[in-house]
Design a protein around this ligand. Structure first.
Ligand code: UDP
Ligand code: MG
Length: 316
């Protein structure tokens, strides 16, 4: 019999005490049907403030395939994913949310695709955004449109973080040690052959979403800054355009003064123009500041996560 492949399930958990037991039951049921695969559960406790860690330890005491890493504080889902990839021992690795919005029932299919088709990674897309506030969907769609226009990295609309990949892809992602992690961009940036599975949006099984509208907005800006420099180009171009408009304006005023004299008029319009220009300047400085700020954070080379405690499998 050939060597069994190991599949690691990475589950980032932040305050998921209610959702975790449901997730574990479901994932166990599904993976029990995958006879030719060993499974590792890799729960990453992202500094939860509830009983998540207790739940994980209970699971670990009952099931030796359950491994975990817990953080010293909340580092965010991106760091949790990185830590999971960093510590997973599997030949194949899947990333799933704890709330069952990423149905484990797709895992057998994903595993089959990755093994039989000529691909390194199977991603999932939700074909609709059922159950999501319409205004959130609206802005999400705009974000993907803009992002794909201004960035060379493909960011697929509706793509979830839920995916299954082989070692090659895992190592590629781990080699990207950047501090500002925008996973959707990172998954696209590493490339490799990818197949897509589609499914309908599923609402959370228990607990609450950690994303407010504002945090999503900030996340979108981070994503753009991390994977595109187009805003800098826009800032430069608007500077050049303003320069020429000003030159034309000056010539116009000189000529008008020479011909008609200089009646003191037009103050309100002047104030408006000054405000406009000052506004554009501040905007451009803000854009520059975004990139500078990110550069500042990158240069510190801080670790992506700090471990409070862990139980890990032996790497092969
Ligand atoms: N999560 C995390 N750290 C955070 C926020 C979220 O590890 O700071 C985890 C969370 O426990 C869940 C997954 O990321 O497993 C997705 O979170 P959520 O369901 O709140 O996001 P949504 O599905 O609404 O986009
Ligand atoms: Mg969710």
């Amino acid at each position: 019999m050939s060597k069994m492949d190991t599949l690691s399930l990475i589950v980032p958990c932040y305050n998921e005490e209610e959702a975790l037991p449901i997730f574990y039951e479901e994932a166990r049921k599904v993976t029990d049907t995958m006879k030719d695969t060993d499974v590792e559960f890799m729960f990453v406790d992202d500094g939860s403030r509830d009983e998540t860690m207790k739940v994980i330890k209970e699971l670990a005491s009952k099931d030796e395939r359950v491994h975990y890493v817990s953080f010293s504080r909340n580092f965010g889902k991106e760091s949790a994913i990185y830590a999971g990839l960093d510590n997973a021992i599997g030949d194949y690795v899947a990333i799933l949310d704890a709330d069952l919005q990423d149905p484990p029932s797709l895992l057998p299919d994903m595993m089959k695709i990755v093994k039989t088709k000529d691909c390194d990674c199977v991603g999932t897309r939700r074909v609709n955004r059922k159950g999501e506030p319409p205004i959130r969907s609206f802005f999400a769609r705009r974000f993907y449109r803009i992002m794909n226009k201004i960035s060379h990295t493909e960011v697929v609309d509706g793509a979830r973080d839920f995916q299954l990949m082989n070692r090659k892809v895992v190592n590629a992602i781990l080699s990207m040690g950047e501090y500002n992690r925008f996973s959707k961009g990172i998954f696209g940036w590493v490339g490799y052959k990818k197949e897509w599975l589609e499914y309908e949006n599923i609402e959370r099984s228990a607990g609450e979403t950690k994303w407010s509208f504002w945090s999503l907005f900030v996340y979108a800006i981070d994503g753009i800054v991390a994977f595109s420099t187009a805003p800098l180009v826009i800032a430069s171009i608007s500077g050049i355009v303003m320069f020429f408009v000003a030159i034309i304006g000056i010539i116009f005023i000189i000529v008008r003064t020479l011909i008609f004299g200089d009646p003191t008029s037009g103050w309100p319009s002047m104030i408006c123009i000054m405000l406009l220009i000052a506004g554009i300047q501040l905007l451009c400085m803000g854009i520059l500041g975004q990139y500078l700020g990110k550069t500042y954070l990158e240069t510190k080379r801080r670790p992506l996560y700090l471990v409070e405690e862990s139980k890990l499998g032996d790497k092969k």
